[in-house]
Design a protein around this ligand. Structure first.
Ligand code: HEM
Ligand code: HEM
Length: 193
């Protein structure tokens, strides 16, 4: 049985890198549509960086999933109710799904677009082979754009729930936040001595 109080270093670093990327991509994604159409070079650069960082989330998540399946999470905190644990587990599973599906849907958007995309604003980004040259590309493009948008709003709602639950538990004396911020765990332990 795991006796660790926090997630291991790699799991913690992956969580925070991906969390920052996703929050940035959600905010940036919603804002980038406001860049004036006539400022094509800025628009192109910002969209290309959105796509690049979005694909980075996909790569990091695949490694994170491998890490999660091969490393035990910390033992559950005392006082967390069974239903709370179940809902948290469900939200985490949805997040893993989101972190894979959202970049793939983004990739599908650009695979059905007339415009080219560049990784890091430099290297041509290949289109998904099953979508490039699709007959109904225009309709598919609209469906993927709508799906990307709806998933973004669902994710924002779940992130608010996720962060709220972590803070609520921490303030209520159940050190859940400390599981992802090991430095808080040390403080909690010292405080108890
Ligand atoms: C976890 C990763 C990602 C997140 C959180 C994210 C988030 C967002 C958000 C919030 C929007 C604005 C949606 C709207 O208002 O319609 C957006 C738009 C867009 N995203 Fe992403 N995105 C991600 C990954 C990607 C990837 C990997 C690509 C392409 C390779 C991509 C391509 C696009 C494009 C082309 C748009 C503009 C769509 C439009 O004009 O309607 N995204 N993204
Ligand atoms: C400021 C924002 C965030 C805070 C404060 C936060 C906090 C936490 C905490 C405390 C845990 C451990 C929960 C537990 O062990 O019961 C956790 C786990 C997790 N968080 Fe976050 N999180 C944040 C953002 C995000 C974002 C944006 C995502 C992705 C959409 C995310 C995905 C996950 C996942 C998948 C887990 C489960 C880890 C595992 O067991 O494999 N988090 N988070």
């Amino acid at each position: 049985m795991s006796t660790a109080l926090s997630y291991d270093k790699i799991a913690v670093r992956l969580h925070w890198c991906i969390a920052i990327l996703i929050i940035g991509l959600l905010a940036g994604g919603l804002l980038m549509g406001y860049i004036p159409n006539d400022n094509t070079s800025l628009r192109f650069a910002v969209y290309n960086w959105h796509k690049t960082l979005g694909l980075l989330v996909l790569v990091l998540t695949l490694f994170r999933l491998y890490w999660r399946l091969t490393h035990k999470p910390p033992a559950q905190v005392d006082g967390v109710k069974a239903w709370e644990e179940k809902i948290a587990g469900l939200v985490h599973a949805i997040f893993y799904g989101f972190m894979i599906v959202m970049p793939l849907v983004g990739w599908a958007i650009i695979s059905t677009s007339r415009f080219p995309s560049r990784l890091m604003n430099m290297f041509p980004l290949p289109k998904l082979p099953m979508l490039s040259g699709a007959e109904n590309a225009k309709q598919l493009h609209q469906v993927f754009e709508k799906t990307h948008e709806v998933l973004a709003y669902l994710a924002i709602a779940l992130i608010v729930l996720h962060v709220g639950a972590a803070i609520k538990h921490q303030l209520g004396g159940k050190p859940i936040l400390a599981r992802m911020i090991p430095a808080m765990q040390v403080k909690t332990n010292k405080d108890e001595v």
